[in-house]
Design a protein around this ligand. Sequence first.
Ligand SMILES: Nc1ncnc2c1ncn2[C@@H]1O[C@H](COP(=O)(O)OP(=O)(O)OP(=O)(O)O)[C@@H](O)[C@H]1O
Ligand SMILES: [Mg+2]
Length: 156
Amino acid sequence: MMSSRRWPTPEPLKYHVHNESQTIEVAKKISSELSPGAVLALHGELGAGKSVFARAVMRALGVRDQALPSPTFAIIQEYEGRGCRLAHMDWYRLHGIDELEAIGVREYMQPPWVCLIEWSERAAKLLPPQAIHISLNYVTDDPDARMIEISPDPLS
Ligand SMILES: Nc1ncnc2c1ncn2[C@@H]1O[C@H](COP(=O)(O)OP(=O)(O)OP(=O)(O)O)[C@@H](O)[C@H]1O
Ligand SMILES: [Mg+2]
């Protein structure tokens, strides 16, 4: 695992990880920089590791539940953390932003919440300006390797 710069920085921070445990280590490191009101937009193809990353952040912030089910069918799962509440969202099956307005999505993007969103591309305009973008990308032909990029701006 390697990184080039300290986060947060205006330039994307990049980690080349070789397995799931290293992804979890990166998530823990990022978690130590988060405070209530943080919004993390997780990007990457199916199976890239967005849920792995999100669950690692939740555990690092004090969520004790064992299973941490994927929110795919619920849009959102709520958890109690240490000094914050956590919202884990998955917008993959979203039909329209009305669905998000109906659950009062903006409430989850401010203190006391830390908000983790998979497939935020489905409703990108609902992300607040402080959102941190975390992109997990497959690299080479190693099924367990990923390039993780962390940036204050959406990556193209
Ligand atoms: N370096 C890695 N980082 C994260 N997950 C990895 C890594 N290497 C292998 N994996 C595996 O890849 C899978 C990632 O699944 P995960 O559910 O986190 O993906 P996802 O991006 O949330 O997918 P979806 O778009 O379906 O929600 C897991 O089975 C995990 O064990
Ligand atoms: Mg997922």
